[in-house]
Design a protein around this ligand. Structure first.
Ligand code: ADP
Ligand code: MG
Length: 679
């Protein structure tokens, strides 16, 4: 058995389960070993029931004080109640529909209980549906995997365990000199500890080793790509027309926009192709900046292509550009999957002839029959939805065109310089004047009825609203109090909001279903949209003025910020409401920052500060680019370190040709090949 072996041959898997694993992207033994837990449960008991934190997961060591009482409640549900004590304080235990639990709760026997403590009506401590463990588990850290309905975390845990029993060791992938210099855990040991850590300290070291490797290879790859890129001859525009463009705009550019346009104009006039990231908060006016570059290219006789990740976004850009180029003689076309064959053919013909100056579209632009006469500029929006490879595939339709990447994820500038090592960075750090402030409040779940009244008031006034949930489906193994989009949609559309048009949006829907729902929402045909975080992708519905975020503690600060950017885009005042019962210190601080500012860069800095490397017990946030294990926020320090180490290695061995760097070269080549695999 090795890393390439099909998962099917792992003990406990077999054909049927292999199919279920495939849904999680796991097909080989290697995939499984790199399918890291999404979280860990820390089974280190609190010092006492009295001192344990409320409303956040914790582990309590206590013995059963009274035998359980079983009864039937409404809907025929089974209710099991009993009490446990640590010798000082009593804690009530409540279980629903668990017919086996009563037999386990033996008076006088000591257990570990894992779950959330709450205060009951009389001020006493209570835990609902805790997980039971024997006292031997004390101090252990247990893995929690992303699961599907068919494949539960516990089953995955078992398969990973079997995998490690048949695989006694793995070849090392880092040179010995790095392992000893930076005191890194060997590869096999690191992978094992990632799944079954002996304790928090070992987990930290395991993760450190894997993050080190991932970031180092990533940085080396970017350095080597960049080295190649600079050899190419680009298109130097003869004359700069960006000032002329400003005259056509219906508004005055902000200073930040002007600065970015100057930086871009300088690139466009150089012989080295531009490779620039344009970073700016939602609504900061990135499209207007990009339009200046498009205009200047067009006036010099070059075409531009703008690629967006979804049809709705492509349409949005198309409309914005039509508006921005009103009064000019530029021609724009829209190319998306849902255009008719005839429309597409026409658009392609005029692009090939050079009659169209700008092609806006989705992945449809990448198709081989889309040809440009003279492609000078490639722009991608919301870059984290595309791979480096797709950017390259689009650029390949021209002869070394300039490349501009737009991103609305505000990451601190210093960090961006490293993460986008192959790109120069321009930042729009200022919003256009006269923007509506968004008011943000944090409430607990006791306010739900009031929130619903508030939403109705806005819907009745003709506005629209979002409710964001952390889960798609409710899931018995998740803590019971997480709200799932599907269930909430069912409940609200049949109950509270039955007289309104309610829609549902989540990541498991097919792309055309998603597009359809988003279109209905942007056309006002859906008034209330119940959604998961999928809605965060640059969608512009100015009429939406309320956003409610359920279980707000489940989201990182930067993610909350992205979500909130969906409202406050029109002339009406907007309100964002965070709903959470989490009283933990970290959650509280995050909510405070979030309610007090809407500045994405301030939020990103705070996010970095509050998360810190110790935060890996929580859920991983989707960073950009997609690392297997590293997170650009929590691992920013490692990222800086990787930068320095990569520079050091390349200064001695610029092409990684020395024997001691053979393993690095292999990994780097593999990553570059991944980058460049078209589509
Ligand atoms: P982003 O893509 O950065 O989220 P957009 O480019 O879509 O932002 O701009 C958001 C809105 O602000 C658009 O309606 C745009 O026309 C407008 N806008 C852009 N720049 C300015 C400005 N300097 N002054 C006033 N309005 C602006
Ligand atoms: Mg935009």
């Amino acid at each position: 058995m090795n890393l390439e072996t099909s998962i099917q041959y792992v003990k406990g898997v077999g054909e049927a389960r292999a199919k279920q694993f495939k849904k999680l992207g796991v097909e080989t033994v290697g995939d499984l070993l790199f399918f890291f837990p999404r979280a860990y449960e820390n089974w280190t008991p609190e010092s006492s029931i009295h001192k344990a934190p409320l409303y956040t997961n914790c582990c309590i060591r206590a013995y059963i004080a009274e035998p359980p009482i079983v009864s039937r409640i409404s809907g025929g549900r089974l209710l099991t109640k009993c009490s446990a004590t640590d010798g000082e304080t009593i804690m009530n235990l409540v279980f629903f529909n668990n017919p086996y639990i009563a037999d386990k709760l033996i008076e006088g026997k000591e257990y570990l209980f894992y779950g959330k403590l709450s205060r009951n009506l009389y001020g006493g401590r209570e835990m609902t549906s805790p997980r039971l463990g024997s006292v031997e588990l004390a101090g252990k850290v247990r893995p929690v995997y992303h699961q599907t309905a068919a494949l539960k975390s516990a089953v995955i845990e078992n398969c990973v365990k079997n995998c490690f029993s048949s695989l006694k060791d793995l070849p090392e992938t880092l040179p010995e000199y790095l392992i000893s210099k930076y005191d890194l855990m060997p590869r096999y040991e690191a992978l094992r500890q990632m799944h079954f850590p002996d304790n928090g300290d070992m987990l930290f070291k395991a993760r450190r080793r894997l993050v080190f490797e991932e970031l180092l290879i990533f940085r080396l790859a970017l350095f080597l790509i960049r080295e190649k890129g600079s050899e190419n001859d680009g298109i130097a525009l003869k004359k700069d027309y960006t000032d002329e463009y400003a005259q056509y705009l219906p508004f005055t550019l902000t200073n930040a926009q002007k600065k970015c346009i100057r930086e871009i104009a300088a690139d466009l006039s150089g012989t080295k192709p531009m490779n620039r990231l344009l970073q700016g908060d939602v609504g900061s006016g990135k499209t207007a900046v990009a339009a200046a570059a498009i205009y200047s290219c067009a006036k010099n006789g070059y075409q531009s292509a703008l690629m967006a990740p979804t049809e709705v976004l492509a349409e949005q850009h198309y409309k914005t550009l039509l508006r921005l180029f009103e009064g000019t003689d530029l021609n724009i076309c829209l190319l998306t999957g849902s255009k008719t064959a005839k429309e597409k053919r026409k658009a392609k013909e005029s692009l090939a002839l050079g009659e169209t100056d700008i092609a806006v579209g989705t992945h449809a632009l990448l198709q081989s029959d889309v040809e440009f006469k003279k492609l000078g500029l490639v722009i991608t929006d919301e870059q984290h939805r595309f791979g480096v490879n797709q950017r390259a595939a689009l650029a390949a339709k021209g002869d070394n065109p300039h490349v501009l990447v737009m991103s609305a994820t505000p990451i601190p500038r210093t960090l961006a310089l490293i993460v986008y090592g192959d790109l120069d960075v321009s930042v729009i750090d200022e919003l256009p004047p006269g923007r509506q402030v968004i008011e943000t409040y944090k409430v607990n779940s006791g306010y739900r009825q009031r929130i619903y009244r508030f939403i109705k008031k806005h819907l009745d006034e003709g506005r629209q609203a979002y409710i964001i949930c952390p889960l798609i489906d409710s899931d018995e193994e998740e803590p019971a109090d997480l709200i799932a989009a599907k269930e909430l949609f069912e409940e609200l559309s049949k109950g509270e909001f039955k007289n309104y048009k309610v829609g549902l949006l989540h990541g498991k829907m097919r792309p055309n279903e998603k597009n359809n729902t988003m279109r209905l929402f942007s056309e006002g045909e859906i008034q209330l949209l119940v959604s998961t975080v999928v809605v965060e992708v640059g969608v512009d519905v100015p009429n939406a003025t309320v956003m409610v975020i359920e279980n707000a503690e489940m989201f990182g600060l930067s993610q909350l910020h992205q979500l909130r950017g969906r409202i406050g885009r029109g002339k009406h005042k907007s309100t964002c409401i965070l709903v959470s019962d989490d009283e933990g210190e970290n959650a509280k601080q995050r909510f405070e920052v979030f309610c007090s500012t809407t500045d994405g860069f301030v939020i990103a800095e705070k996010d970095l500060e509050l998360r810190g490397p110790g935060d890996f017990f929580g859920e991983r946030q989707h960073g950009i680019p997609q690392f297997k294990i590293a997170d650009i926020f929590t691992d920013s320090k490692s990222l800086y370190a990787a930068q320095k180490i990569a520079e050091g290695i390349l200064s001695l061995d610029p092409r990684l040709q020395r024997a001691e760097n053979r393993m690095l070269k292999e990994s780097v080549d593999r990553l570059i090949a991944d980058f460049q695999k078209a589509n």
